[in-house]
Write a protein that binds this ligand. Structure first.
Ligand code: TYM
Length: 335
């Protein structure tokens, strides 16, 4: 809760190119929430350096991601869209919360286990304490809800545990956040291995639809999507490839699963894959066009970066000062 209004925080890493999973699982839901909440949407560049980055590329990707938030429909007048690295309170609160988080809790995080396997040559302390920085992001803005895909659920749970632990010692300092996970699209799977989630870091480019893929590429990737061989469009646990395509089609068109099964009752996989591809092309085309247009307007994007960082700093520092006082740091002397 911020100034009497419910608040919301979410973010994305500027690592790699956004996928359809990022869009359907998170960004698409964000756009509907701006009237109900005071919203903060962050480009989490501090999190990105837990994995080695090329500096020039990271800078470009961070700007592209911020532009993409707006291109996808977030109104920057209503939603505070900013870079995490422009608000130093994120790092400062993360340090304090580190001292209220147990190694055992962090050891249980599945994302840490997965990333440690993938980056065995660089298992740094930042990768281990990543969820604490995420808790700081969320708690700084007294967030009531956090709209994410289902892969972030465990990180939301640890955030709640840290906040409850802190509150039990110091009183009601933090709002306890709830995850907001959409009914469809919360876990979009790889097109090549439908038992795995679609991921920015997948080495096989055919496994993911990237938000900037052109129409031909999108259609081609869907045509190649791995399915079973019984040629029946039915939503079932035993048919992970088809189930994923139904989820994508449902999320892109707003149609329900029974409606989709009925629509394609007499079609084969070829026709269905083409229909899914076309639905995704229609969904992404306006975002791609808007992105191209906004990217040219440097002054406009710069003004958003500046104004929103000021707003984010204002609210974040309010919470940080309260926390610093509670833990016993000396008061600042003002002249
Ligand atoms: P990131 O950058 O991996 O993903 C951004 C958002 O996309 C969702 N997502 C998916 N949803 C459905 N299907 C998929 N295949 C899929 N892949 C990704 C994620 O759930 C996420 O909502 N740690 C976070 C970033 C972060 C954050 C935060 C999020 C940092 N601080 C505070 C919320 C609140 C991450 O790496 O997301």
């Amino acid at each position: 809760m911020l100034d009497g209004k419910k608040s919301l925080f979410s973010g994305m890493q500027a690592t790699g190119t956004l996928t359809l999973g990022n869009y359907l699982g998170a960004l698409k839901n964000w756009v509907d929430l701006e009237d109900e909440y005071e919203c903060f949407y962050c480009v989490v560049d501090l999190h990105s350096i837990t994995v080695r980055q090329n500096p020039a590329e990271l800078r470009k990707r961070a700007r592209d991601l911020l532009t993409l938030y707006i291109a996808a429909g977030l109104n920057p007048e209503k939603n505070c869209i900013y870079y995490q690295s422009h608000v130093s309170a994120h790092s400062e609160l993360a340090w304090i919360l580190n001292c209220f988080t147990y190694m055992g809790e962090l050891n249980r995080m599945t994302q840490f286990k997965d990333k440690s396997k993938k980056h065995a040559d660089n298992i740094n302390a930042g990768l281990f304490t990543y969820p604490v920085l995420m808790a700081a992001d969320i708690l700084l803005f007294q967030s009531d809800v956090v709209p994410v895909g289902s892969d972030q659920k465990q990180h939301l749970e640890i955030t709640r545990d840290i906040a409850e632990r802190f509150n039990s010692i110091y009183g009601d300092v933090f709002t306890i956040p709830e995850p907001y996970i959409g009914k469809v699209g919360a876990r979009i799977m790889s097109l090549q291995e439908p038992s795995k989630k679609m991921s920015k870091s997948d080495e096989n480019p055919n496994a993911s639809i990237y938000l900037m893929d052109d129409p031909d590429t999108i259609i081609r990737k869907f045509k190649r999507a791995v399915t079973d061989s019984d040629n029946e469009i039915r939503y079932s646990e035993e048919k992970p490839g088809i189930r994923n395509l139904i989820d994508i089609y449902s999320s892109a068109t707003g149609k329900t699963i029974p409606e989709i099964e009925k629509e394609f009752a007499s079609s084969g996989y070829g026709d269905f894959k083409l229909a899914v591809g076309e639905a995704v092309v229609s969904l992404l085309k306006p975002i791609q066009d808007k992105f191209a247009e906004l990217s040219k307007d440097k002054a406009y994007i710069n003004s958003i970066i500046k104004n929103n960082a000021d707003k984010a700093n204002y609210y974040a520092n309010k919470t940080l000062r309260k926390v610093q006082k509670k833990v016993g740091f000396p008061e600042r002397i003002r002249s």
